[in-house]
Design a protein around this ligand. Structure first.
Ligand code: MN
Length: 444
């Protein structure tokens, strides 16, 4: 696990003035990676690092030779050379020492008084003038189910007598999702059509989903992979994780209820999932780690899911928020309305445990693979990470500014997820946001 080091020093200030403003998601202590190009252009995609309201264009940094002959470490030189492509995969395929060396070089170059300031200043692009792609070429996507509060709330609706299945406390439950339909913030998609069966109906019918939902999740990008047949141990698990982002795992609850037994979610989940453009590195998150612990009356994780470092600081203090802006609210000029707030700290399983469990059977992970944490719901009612939970299955409607109500999502609704970390004695870092919009069904 990463140590807190000079790159996290709260006293650091950048010569990019917007990075020093309080409340910015992207101070110099953050330095997340993404992939961008000029808005509306047909340019090649290029890697960028968010700083304040700007993007440091890594292709321009390489082309300009800004760091040529200046980097003390060969690791940083090699890592910088992996930033010239059109996705984060080459950088992700390196290792934690390389990512760390590059972060240090960027931190030093972006600090007030840095000798590279003028040359790096020529490599800035305003975030307002950029568009983004999914930051990595995602080979495989796995979605987990790590919030016991979500699992219990959902289980109660699908199986009132038996909400939490007995394996939940032992196995980090997951399913293999689909990467082809993962989009970046700004994604819109038609309401999915599928088979559903009303409880009182004799037979199923096909049509647009009537119970559309979002899921407030943390996305976990795998960096270094492992060879088939070579499990990743808990001790090494975090070295294989590049960073975290925000993920909305859109869900059609009526399709899900009819299809999910016996093999789990299928068409209820694979029509769209949306990630935030910026990936916050594991090193940037070092100051915001928390102990992982289980209630004493719960089973403790089996040895292959346990380590001293995981107990001491396996969890993340990451605040999460979901907001809605309906088409009507947009027309009325009403701001997005918060629906729920929670924290990744409530997760029943840690990121390291997901990596160790996913590979214990010999399954190989590859750079750019994405894990979803599963919907993050906290213990309180206002901390629910899906509308299914907030409205008790569509029965207790949410009231919105402008007079509308919601049981499930309506066409034109935009859902926005935000996340940030803050702690006394540190500089707040943010994840930006992920927005996505549900469009009317097509083809029926
Ligand atoms: Mn999910």
């Amino acid at each position: 696990m990463y140590e807190v080091n000079e790159t996290h020093d709260p006293a650091l200030r950048s010569w990019v003035q917007s990075a020093n403003q309080s409340g910015t998601d992207f101070p110099i202590q953050n330095l997340p990676f993404g992939v961008f190009r000029t808005l509306g252009s047909k340019q090649s995609w290029r890697l960028g690092v968010a700083i304040g309201d700007q993007i440091l264009d890594m292709s321009a940094v390489i082309a300009g030779g800004v760091f040529s002959g200046k980097l003390e470490s060969g690791l940083a030189t090699d890592a910088l050379a992996a930033c010239g492509g059109q996705s984060l995969n080459d950088l992700m395929a390196m290792d934690a020492d390389h990512w760390s060396a590059l972060r240090l070089a960027l931190s030093r170059g972006l600090r007030e008084g840095a000798s590279e300031a003028e040359a790096l200043g020529r490599c800035l692009v305003a975030q307002d003038a950029a568009e983004y792609r999914v930051p990595a070429d995602i080979g495989d996507y796995t979605d987990f189910y790590t919030s016991i509060h979500h699992a219990t709330n959902i289980g109660r609706q699908f199986r009132p007598d038996n909400p939490l299945l007995p394996n939940y406390s032992w196995v980090p439950i997951g399913y293999h999702g689909r990467s082809s339909s993962i989009g970046v913030s700004g994604q819109s998609f038609p309401r999915p059509v599928g088979q559903t069966k009303a409880p009182d109906a004799e037979t199923p019918s096909v049509g647009p989903s009537k119970r559309m939902d979002y899921e407030l999740e943390v996305g976990i990008f795998i960096g270094t992979g492992n060879e088939p047949g070579r499990p990743i141990t808990m001790e090494r698990a975090e070295e294989h994780v590049f960073g975290l982002c925000l993920l909305n795992d859109w869900s059609a609850r009526d399709l899900q209820a009819w299809e999910y037994q016996p093999l789990g979610p299928f068409l209820s989940k694979n029509f769209a999932s949306t990630v935030s453009p910026w990936v916050v590195t594991m090193e940037a998150l070092a100051p915001f780690r928390l102990p992982f612990n289980r209630p004493e009356d719960h089973p403790q994780p089996l040895p292959y899911l346990s380590s001293a470092a995981n107990r001491e600081q396996g969890a993340f203090d990451m605040k999460l928020e979901v907001l809605i802006q309906t088409e009507h609210m947009r027309e009325q000029g009403l701001a997005p309305e918060p629906l729920a707030r929670t924290n990744f700290r409530h997760s029943y399983w840690t990121v390291a445990q997901l990596v160790a469990h996913h590979t214990v059977n010999g399954c190989n992970l590859r750079p750019g693979d994405l894990f979803g944490s599963g919907t993050q719901s906290g213990p309180g009612e206002a901390e629910a990470g899906s509308i299914l939970e907030l409205t008790a299955g569509g029965k207790e409607l949410v009231k919105l500014p402008g007079g509308e109500t919601r049981g499930f999502l309506e066409d034109g609704d935009t859902i926005i997820l935000r996340g940030h970390c803050e702690k006394e004695g540190t500089v707040r870092i943010g994840f930006g946001e992920v927005a996505g919009t549900l469009l009317p069904a097509v083809g029926m």
